[in-house]
Design a protein around this ligand. Structure first.
Ligand code: ANZ
Length: 830
C-alpha cells in the first residue's frame, strides 16, 4: 500500500493551484444569471509575529464555504489583503529607524507564505494592502467626498495630552491623571482634530441592522453604541441672560418635580450665569473637572457640584429653580444640562441629598407595589401626582405626551430623539497612516518662506480647509528618518516642512499634518476587492452590482462595534452618493470563537502557551490543522487547543487514504456498493451538505469520519464511485488530501470545480437487511430480507429456501428458533 505524505502532497497541490490559476475569480457581469457568493475574511494586520492559530480558524471556515460554493456552481469571490497601516510598524520604526514600509512589506511576505501553505483558495490576483499608493488614493478620495458633504470637519475636542511623552493618549492609557507609561502628568486639553459626523447617520445605522443576518449580540452592541433615546427637550428661561437652558429628558412626565437644574462644567452658559459671589468656587470646580474623563465622571461614587448662585424659570409654572454645576452631567450628551428630579432619578437623589436640595414626589407607584420599592427615588413608571390638574392621574406614558405638548404649545420644548453616538475623532498625530488630503492658506509677509522661517513669521488659517484636488491624489507620505511624535501636538509630519508647505499661484499653503486612524482602510476594502486594479475609480458600479454585497463575512467579535459600525457608516454615505447600489455592505456576519491555550487561558507570549500554525503545518500538514480547527467544536464557540486531538484527525486522514488506496490498487474493479454502504453514503452526502450550509463544520467532519470507519470495516474495497464522492465531500476541509485521492482515482484535473454531490431521498433508509443464518450456532449462509417484511416467519421461510440450509437440516427436527431482528437467525436442530 502507498502512504500519503502531506509534506510532499501539500506543496505539490499548492503549486498546481498557483500555476493553473485555479482560484482566479471568474469574470462576472451584473447581468449574469449565475448565482454568486462573495465570501470575505476580516483581513489581518500583518504584525511581526506572523499568523497565530486564531487566524486559520476563521480563514478555514470561509475557505470551506468558498470551495463548497464553487462546486455548487456559484461564481465565488474570495479575496485576501492587508490592513497594513498602524502603530506597531511605526513603533518599530521609532525604535530601529527602519521605515515602516520596509517592516510592513516583510511582514506581509511572511503572512502570505503562511496563508499559501494552509492551502486557502484566495484569488491572490486581487490582493490589496491599505498602504498601497493606489489604495490610499481612493481612501483619500472617499474622505474628500465626506468633506464635500459636510460629514468631515474640524473640531476642538478634548484629548489627553501628555507633554512629557509628546503625545495624545487614549482614555485607557491614563490612570488617575497620569500616563500609564512613565507616570507623567496628563492634561485634558482641546486639540484641533478632524471628526466624521457619524451621528448624522445614527438612525439609519440603527435601522439598517434589522435586515441583517448577524449575531444578535453584535446587533445589540451596535444599537447600544448608537444609543437612540426618545424623549423631550425642555427649555428653562434665564431672563437675566435673555436665553434659556435646554435639557433633554426621557421623563417629561416628572417636569413638576424639578427642584434644580444641573449644568455640565463645560456647558457654555456656566460662566455667564454664575453670580459674582460664587465665581471663585465655580471656576475652581470647572478647572478640577477638566482633567477627568467622561468615564471617571460617570463612574464616580460620590457626586460633586457647586451652586452657581443663579436661577432659571420653570417653563410651565414660572417658579424659580436654582442652577447648579455638577460633573455627573456630561457636556457631550444631550444639551449638557439636566432637569433634576431627585424624587425619581437616583443620581439627582444622591446629589440632592448631599447638598440639601428639595425632593418633590410627582409619580406614585401603581397600587400594590411593595412599599420599599415605591419609596423615593422611585424611578419606574406610575401615575402623575402633585402635577397640577392638567396632568394628575395620567399614566407615565400619557403624562410624557401631555407635558411635551404643553411645552410645545408655549414654544419651550417638544419631542426630541437623542443619540449616544458621538462624532468620530478621525485624526491621529502619527506618521504611518493616510495623510488627510486637506491644506490651509498661510498668511505671511512678502519674502517669508515658511519652510525655513520661524513659526512666529507666518500663520496658518485652519478655518479655511481646502481639499486636495481629486486628480492630484494620492497625497503620499514624505520620507522621514525620525518618526517619533514630538512636542508639537500637530504630529511628526509638521516637521517635514518641505512636504508640509507649498506654493500655488504665488501664495503659500500648509498641508494638514494629521493622518487618518487605522480604521480608515478597513472601511471600504471589500469594495476594492471587487475591482482591485481599476485606476479610474476605486471600483466600478458594474463591479458593485455584479459582486455586492458581501454574502458572508467572518471575523472576530472584538470588531463587533467599531470596525463594523465605521464600515457601515462609510457604506451608507457611498450609497447616498450613488457609488454602491446596496444599502448595507455585509449581509451575513459570523464571529469565530476564540481559541484558548490548552490551559483554557488566552494564548499569549507571556503565558508561553502560544501554538504556532507553522509548527503544525511542518509536522502533520495544513490539512490536519484545517481539519482540527474545524473539528474542535462549533465555529462560534470558545475552544481550548489540544495538540493531542490533532493526532485524531491525522488518523482519520490516514484511514481515508488507506481505503482510497485499497480501491485504487484492487486487481479488479471493486463491486458496486452494498445497500448498507449506499444508504450510509447518501445519508453522509445529505448531512455534509446541510452542515456546510449551516456552517456546522464539526458535525460534517464527524459524519465523514463515520463513513471512513465504515468503509475501513468492509471486507472488500469500496467502489470507485463511493471514493470519488468521498473526495468531493472532503475537499473543502482537507483540499490537498482530496486532490491526491481524486488524482489517484484516475482524474487529471483539479476537483475544485467538480460538481458537488447530490443525494437521493429514497436512498436514505435501508430497504433490506442481510442476516446471517446459523445452524446450532454455526454460520451456514445469509439471507437478504426486506425491511418491511422483516419477521421471524418470513426469515425462516427465506432460510429454508436455501439449498445448503435445507441439506443440513435434512429430516432433523428444528427444536428452537433464535431470531435477532436484522442480525441473526439461529436454528437449533436435533
Ligand atoms: C429628568 C429625569 C427624571 C430623567 C427622571 C430621568 C429620570 P438616556 O436614557 O440615557 O437618554 N441626562 C440628560 N442629559 C444628560 C447629560 N448630558 N449627562 C448626564 N445625564 C443626562 O438618559 C436620559 C436621561 O439622562 C435624561 O432624563 C436626564 O435625566 C439624563 F425621573 O431628565 B432625565
Amino acid at each position: 500500500p502507498t502512504l500519503y505524505d502531506p509534506l510532499v502532497s501539500e506543496p505539490k497541490w499548492q503549486s498546481y493551484w498557483a500555476s493553473h490559476a485555479t482560484f482566479a475569480t471568474p469574470a462576472r457581469a451584473s447581468s449574469s444569471p449565475k448565482p454568486k457568493k462573495y465570501i470575505l475574511d476580516m483581513f489581518p494586520y500583518p504584525s511581526g509575529a506572523g499568523l497565530h492559530v486564531g487566524h486559520p480558524e476563521g480563514y478555514t471556515a470561509t475557505d470551506v464555504m468558498a470551495r463548497h460554493y464553487r462546486q455548487r456552481g456559484f461564481d465565488v469571490l474570495h479575496p485576501m489583503g492587508w490592513d497594513s497601516f498602524g502603530l506597531p510598524a511605526e513603533q518599530h520604526a521609532i525604535n530601529t529607524g527602519t521605515h515602516p514600509k520596509v517592516t510592513t512589506q516583510k511582514n506581509i511576505g511572511t503572512f502570505k507564505r503562511q496563508l499559501r501553505e494552509l492551502g486557502f483558495s484566495y484569488d491572490w490576483g486581487r490582493e490589496v494592502a491599505t498602504t498601497d499608493e493606489q489604495y490610499v488614493r481612493w481612501t483619500q478620495f472617499i474622505f474628500v467626498q465626506l468633506f464635500k458633504r459636510g460629514l468631515a470637519g474640524q473640531a476642538d475636542t478634548p484629548v489627553n495630552w501628555c507633554p512629557a511623552l509628546g503625545t495624545v493618549l487614549a482614555n485607557e492609557e491614563v490612570i488617575d491623571g497620569l500616563s500609564e507609561r512613565g507616570d507623567h502628568p496628563v492634561v485634558r486639553t482641546p486639540l484641533r482634530q478632524w471628526i466624521l459626523r457619524i451621528p448624522e447617520y445614527a438612525d439609519r445605522l440603527a435601522e439598517g441592522l434589522d435586515g441583517l443576518d448577524w449575531p444578535q449580540g453584535t446587533k445589540s452592541s451596535q444599537r447600544q453604541w448608537i444609543g437612540k433615546s426618545t424623549g423631550t427637550n425642555v427649555a428653562f428661561p434665564v431672563p437675566g441672560l435673555g436665553t434659556s437652558i435646554e435639557a433633554f429628558t426621557t421623563r417629561a412626565d416628572t417636569l413638576m418635580g424639578v427642584t434644580y437644574v444641573t449644568l455640565a462644567p463645560e456647558h457654555p452658559l456656566v460662566s455667564s450665569i454664575t453670580a459674582a459671589g460664587q465665581r471663585e468656587l465655580v471656576d475652581a470646580y470647572v478647572r478640577a473637572s477638566a482633567s477627568r474623563s467622561d468615564l471617571d465622571r460617570t463612574a464616580a461614587k460620590e457626586k460633586t457640584g457647586v451652586f452657581t448662585g443663579s436661577y432659571c424659570e420653570h417653563p410651565l409654572t414660572g417658579e424659580k429653580i436654582p442652577v447648579w454645576v455638577g460633573d455627573y452631567v456630561l457636556g457631550s450628551y444631550g444639551s449638557g444640562a439636566v432637569m433634576a428630579v431627585p424624587a425619581h432619578d437616583a443620581r439627582d437623589f444622591e446629589f440632592a441629598g448631599k447638598f440639601g436640595l428639595e425632593v418633590r414626589r410627582v409619580v406614585d407607584a401603581p397600587e400594590g407595589t411593595d412599599p420599599e420599592e415605591a419609596a423615593v427615588p422611585y424611578t419606574k413608571p406610575g401615575v402623575a401626582v402633585a402635577s397640577t390638574a392638567e396632568f394628575d392621574g395620567l399614566a407615565t406614558e400619557d403624562a410624557k405626551a401631555a407635558v411635551s405638548a404643553a411645552l410645545a404649545a408655549k414654544d419651550l420644548g417638544g419631542p426630541k430623539v437623542q443619540y449616544k453616538l458621538r462624532d468620530w475623532v478621525f485624526s491621529r498625530q502619527r506618521y504611518w497612516g493616510e495623510p488627510i488630503p486637506i491644506y490651509f492658506p498661510v498668511t505671511c509677509g512678502p519674502g517669508v518662506d515658511p519652510r525655513t522661517a520661524p513659526a512666529s513669521d507666518y500663520s496658518i488659517d485652519y478655518g479655511t480647509p481646502i481639499p486636495v484636488d481629486e486628480a492630484e491624489l494620492p497625497l503620499t507620505l514624505p520620507d522621514m528618518e525620525d518618526f517619533a511624535p514630538g512636542d508639537d501636538p500637530a504630529g511628526c509630519l509638521a516637521r517635514a516642512k518641505d512636504w508640509r508647505f507649498f506654493q500655488k499661484g504665488g501664495e503659500w499653503f500648509a498641508r494638514e499634518t494629521n493622518t487618518m486612524p487605522q480604521w480608515a482602510g478597513s472601511c471600504w476594502y471589500y469594495l476594492r476587492f471587487m475591482d482591485p486594479t481599476n485606476d479610474k475609480e476605486g471600483w466600478s458600479l458594474e463591479a458593485d452590482k455584479a459582486w455586492g454585497p458581501v454574502d458572508l463575512y467572518v471575523g472576530g467579535a472584538e470588531h463587533a462595534v467599531l470596525h463594523l459600525l465605521y464600515a457601515r457608516f462609510w457604506h451608507h454615505v457611498l450609497y447616498d452618493i450613488g457609488l454602491t447600489t446596496h444599502p448595507e455592505p455585509f449581509k451575513k456576519l459570523v464571529h469565530q470563537g476564540m481559541i484558548l491555550g490548552s490551559d483554557n487561558e488566552k494564548m499569549s507570549k507571556s503565558r508561553g502557551n502560544v501554538v504556532n500554525p507553522d509548527d503544525i503545518v511542518r509536522d502533520t500538514g495544513a490539512d490536519s490543522l484545517r481539519l482540527y480547527e474545524m473539528f474542535m467544536g462549533p465555529l462560534e464557540a470558545v475552544k481550548p487547543w489540544q495538540t493531542s486531538q490533532v493526532q485524531g484527525v491525522v488518523r482519520f486522514m490516514k484511514r481515508t487514504w488507506a481505503v482510497t488506496d485499497r480501491t485504487v490498487s484492487a486487481p479488479s474493479p471493486p463491486p458496486a456498493a452494498s445497500e448498507e454502504t449506499e444508504v450510509m453514503l447518501h445519508q453522509t452526502m445529505k448531512k455534509v451538505t446541510q452542515d456546510i450550509e449551516n456552517m456546522s463544520f464539526n458535525t460534517a467532519i464527524s459524519a465523514l469520519m463515520v463513513l471512513t470507519n465504515h468503509l475501513t470495516s468492509l471486507p472488500e474495497p469500496a467502489s470507485k464511485d463511493v471514493m470519488e464522492k468521498f473526495a468531493i465531500m472532503l475537499s473543502p476541509f482537507a483540499p490537498h488530501l482530496a486532490e491526491e485521492m481524486w488524482e489517484s482515482l484516475g482524474h487529471s484535473e483539479t476537483l475544485a470545480y467538480e460538481p458537488w454531490v447530490t443525494w437521493d431521498d429514497s436512498k436514505l433508509v435501508q430497504t433490506s437487511v442481510v442476516m446471517g443464518v446459523q445452524i446450532n450456532g454455526k454460520t451456514k449462509g445469509e439471507i437478504n430480507i426486506s425491511k418491511e417484511e422483516e419477521d421471524e416467519q418470513v426469515a425462516l421461510g427465506l432460510a429454508m429456501e436455501q439449498e445448503k440450509v435445507r441439506l443440513i437440516v435434512g429430516d432433523k427436527k428444528v427444536v428452537r428458533v433464535i431470531y435477532k431482528p436484522g442480525r441473526i437467525l439461529n436454528l437449533i436442530v436435533k
